[in-house]
Design a protein around this ligand. Sequence first.
Ligand code: GDP
Ligand code: IMO
Ligand code: MG
Length: 424
Amino acid sequence: MSVTVLVGSQWGDEGKGKIVDILSENYDVVARYQGGANAGHTVEIGEKKYILHLIPSGILRNNVVCVIGNGVVIDPVALLDEIKLIESHGINVKGRLFISHNAHLIMPYHKLLDSIQESGDQKIGSTGRGIGPCYTDKFARKGIKIVDLLDKEALESKIKLNMEEKNNLLKKVYDHEGLDIASIVNEYINFDKVIDSYITDTAAYLNCVIDDGKSVLLEGAQGALLDVDFGTYPYVTSSSPTSGGACTGTGIPPTRINSVLGIVKAYTTRVGNGPFPTELTDETGEKLRQEGSEFGATTGRPRRCGWFDAFLVKYSNMINGVKSVAITKLDVLSTFEKIKVCVAYELNGKKMKSFPTDLDRLYKVKPVYETLDGWNEKIDDSKSYEELPSKTIEYLNFISEQTQMTPEIISVGPKRKQTFFVKN
Ligand code: GDP
Ligand code: IMO
Ligand code: MG
């Protein structure tokens, strides 16, 4: 049995939710390892569309157990809303969802600081879910954990200590009146009633199920280029979406991970600010946005669109250790006469040897494109690799060669059935 990490290989929204849903048919447990409700993972089953933010996408399959690992930051309000929503679809969550006692809590002041910081000079384009400020507190050793919900007195004193400092900051630096400590204490000391039954030592649980020969799928959120270490810093998220983050975010050691599956969109998108070398700000970009319905699953913001960047994905595959990939949204390219692929970056007239993550160079690089013929026919009914038009296969072969990855899964539409495995 296996432990597989599924990682986004670009700037997020590659279709992770859909692919997790497909794969989870053959896994016992699905676990999230980082990020929080900034994620928006879409799964379409029949006529129903689910957008999951915190709960692993495996929850939609009744036989799968889901885990929110220690590396995730949890907004209890968002979590309870999501549980309610899933249950309203007749899906049972109790007994199938476990939350790490070590995961950190998103507090109202994290969300407030997130929005205040976004109104300053450096606009990251954050989702406003409090992610950055929560991880800041975690690493500053001031965070409040899920386990703290279980001891009301200790929780109250931790909230008070944090909030005195935060209110000082809000008043003195941000000219804000501050937040009411008593009402936040009151709100948070009541969460244990509803969350208690989900809390456990998930690191011990996950290692135990692996000992029992069960399989675990680790569902990454965001994407490699949003990684706080390897992404386009500072235009990143505050966690480690890359495969390395799966170990620290769950307590599953590297020696127990059997494989890493990357996931790429057949072109590139990005939400929020920051460099994007293959971005198309013309009518071709607009066409990609419309054909691909590229609007954020969490915030509804229009996604920035551009051609597939093989130079970027090659870098991402190196960091993630990806050899096999799922390629999504291939159907979106069906109406393009010509399709471009970026194969290298040029800086000051010279080809770059490696992907630059510093802003200075990334804003200046010139993408070098190869142009391929489009296939000009619908592929959203295709049921196998062999059924795809020859020009589509040429495109897949080209991007695979350029990025040294092997396509394992192809997705030609948002629905479960619009997916097939490639026989390699
Ligand atoms: P995630 O964050 O990686 O899970 O991706 P999102 O859910 O944010 O965005 C992917 C979007 O593309 C969703 O609306 C999916 O329903 C949709 N989608 C996934 N795969 C395909 C595909 O192969 N073709 C098309 N047309 N849409 C897809
Ligand atoms: P999924 O899991 C795409 C982006 C935001 C912003 C930056 C920082 O659905 O692929 P944050 O709220 O984390 O402080 O925002 O990261 N971002 C995402 N972009 N998909 C996501 O998640 C994202 N989560 C955060 O737009 O640019
Ligand atoms: Mg998304």
